[in-house]
Design a protein around this ligand. Structure first.
Ligand SMILES: [Zn+2]
Length: 402
């Protein structure tokens, strides 16, 4: 798509023609012999009209004919961690969460090379990704200006982590403790695409997570949280014991006086008031029917990361049960420490192999669903008049089963 935009540099209007256009609009999700009328606006290229060639072909504008290509909306990666792209290949998969964590943690302070970010970004863009919900941590102070410079549209979801620092009251409101990124650069939280995210219940104090959720809510920004990723998390919250508890206690993160709430991660999230339609619950592998009912009741958005879960060996999310409950399902690659690449088409292929979703249902998980979950649907998520003119090309290898 970038090449097309470069070709069109200077043009005020453009007509894009393609054999098939998957719009993801509710009324007309698929157009045969479709066309996009693109116009230049002050903030970039936008779609002025989307229709068939018969409807739009007579518009006066230079034509770019993409032939037999199938176009879909620009893809949205609902969960990744670009910051740790330099640690690709350094972790151990297949032996469960704690084994993976033990292989990851010793490398976390290693300063990332910008080249690793450039390569990861190129990989994301190469598959047609136009927006990333990126969960960042200690290197967010460097990552944020990098993404800005590269004009990568994103939410910078900076993780709250730890039990040591607790929320404080400022101007009569509960304020979360500074993230590691803010300790390096306090101004990072002033960015309009900055959100606070929760790392997880086993690593972060519950009142910190509540304060972070409130902070995001007041600014109408999405709040993401790793939730119910692995069985050790459930065990820790229900009993206070287990391999994960031992790991975080030994690391000095989980305090000795930690009292398990005796609830599932999902029930605990509900009790703490963390769940609503602006929350993105990431992973959601270990859920029973009551948990799914809780997520549905609060209209929580769920981000599945199937290849990451398979790599680490934490199990498989209950895809179909989540879909039947009416949850807004999104898809993320997670980071290169638990995935071989950041290609959302490969993520979709993997999901389709493992599930009974239709191609359109699956495609919604990387387009319109995350656009709604991340509050970016005025600009992204479907090919629709008024939205940004950005699209992806559906690869021939992608299984277009109905
Ligand atoms: Zn993650």
């Amino acid at each position: 798509m970038q090449e097309i935009i470069k070709t069109a540099a200077g043009a005020e209007r453009l007509l894009i023609r393609a054999r098939t256009i998957i719009t993801m609009q509710a009324e007309k999700p698929v157009l045969d012999n479709g066309a996009l009328l693109v116009t230049r606006q002050v903030d970039g290229l936008r779609l002025a009209a989307v229709g068939t060639w018969a409807e739009l072909g007579s518009e006066t504008a230079p034509v770019i004919d993409l032939g037999e290509a199938t176009l879909a909306p620009g893809l949205i990666n609902a969960h990744t961690h670009l910051e740790i792209s330099h640690l690709k290949g350094k972790t151990t998969g297949g032996n469960g969460f704690v084994a993976w964590l033990k292989s990851l943690v010793p490398h976390l302070n290693q300063e990332p090379e910008t080249e690793s970010w450039s390569a990861a970004l190129a990989e994301m863009r190469g598959c047609g990704t136009v927006f990333a919900a990126d969960m960042a941590d200690r290197h967010a102070d460097r990552l944020a200006p990098f993404l800005e410079r590269e004009q990568c549209a994103h939410w910078l979801m900076v993780q709250q982590f730890g039990f040591a620092d607790r929320p404080h009251t400022r101007k009569g409101k509960l304020w979360p403790p500074p993230t590691m990124a803010e300790r390096k650069n306090p101004k990072i939280a002033d960015r309009k695409n900055f959100c606070r995210a929760g790392h997880a219940f086993y690593s972060t104090a519950p009142d910190t997570l509540q304060a972070a959720k409130t902070w995001d809510h007041e600014r109408q920004r999405p709040f993401a949280l790793h939730l119910a990723e692995h069985v050790g998390e459930t065990e820790l919250l229900q009993t206070g014991r287990g391999e994960l508890a031992d790991f975080f206690r030994t690391a000095g993160i989980l305090p000795d006086d930690f009292r398990p709430p005796g609830l599932s991660p999902t029930a605990y999230a509900e009790k703490l008031g963390l769940l609503d339609d602006s929350t993105l619950a990431v992973h959601c592998v270990h859920l029973d029917d009551r948990d799914i009912a809780i997520l549905a009741r609060h209209r929580v958005n769920v981000c599945l990361c199937p290849r990451s879960n398979a790599f680490i060996g934490v199990g498989k999310a209950p895809y179909e049960r989540l879909a039947r409950a009416g949850l807004n399902l999104c898809l993320g690659t997670d980071s290169l420490t638990s995935n071989s690449d950041l290609d959302l088409w490969k993520e979709l292929d993997f999901l389709l192999e493992q599930s009974g979703f239709t191609m359109l249902d699956a495609l919604a998980m990387v387009t319109i669903n995350p656009a709604r979950a991340l509050k970016i649907d005025p600009d992204y998520g479907s090919l629709e008049s008024g939205k940004k003119a950005c699209w992806s090309i559906v690869p021939d290898s992608f299984n277009l089963k109905p």
